[in-house]
Design a protein around this ligand. Sequence first.
Ligand code: CA
Length: 225
Amino acid sequence: MNKSNSAAKLLVIITVVIIGLIIALMFLNNAKNDGSGTTVAEAINIDGQPTIGDDNAPITIVEFGDFKCPACKSWGEMIYPQIEEEYINTGKAKFAFVNVLFHGEESQLGSLAAETVLKHFPEHYWTFHHALFQAQPSSQSHNEPWLTSEKVMELVSGIEGIDVEQFEASFVDKEQLAEVEKDNELVKQYNIQLTPSIMINDTILEDPFDYEAIKNTIEQKLEGM
Ligand code: CA
């Protein structure tokens, strides 16, 4: 009797432990699915950055991107339009872009050109931004230079409303270099290692191409407000 009693007790203990493990695993899975990213101590300050959308929108989405980065071009074509339609056009989110300089001189040049357009012709910033990504060859090798001063001048000349001479004078003098440096400091501050990196308020996403995770993160933050 005693023997079978302790066997029964053992069975109960084992069952409880197994159920506990299953619950813990379910909880871990949920946490992973819901989190989808790293939470930073302080949301980024986007003063002086190019933004699109309602300034008072409760959600701020920041792309740390590089005009030289093929994945950034893809992200802009595949993911950004969905965000724009669902969250930016509806006033729930605004979007900002911070330059990352992972591809050396050409990244510098592209960032400087974009900052120069932003400073002098802010209403044409996004047109130039998209034109620069569009100019990125689809089958480029990282060593093949394409983001040159000539390319920048060609694109700027094609945008109506930009005074090309005024742009060129500022661009050649590198007047907006401090803005490029400021972005580089933000990249260091938030320990950005990959481009694109997407930050939603205080969360840096694990996978910027997972639109469901982007949606979940935004919806959770909206619910929590
Ligand atoms: Ca900037």
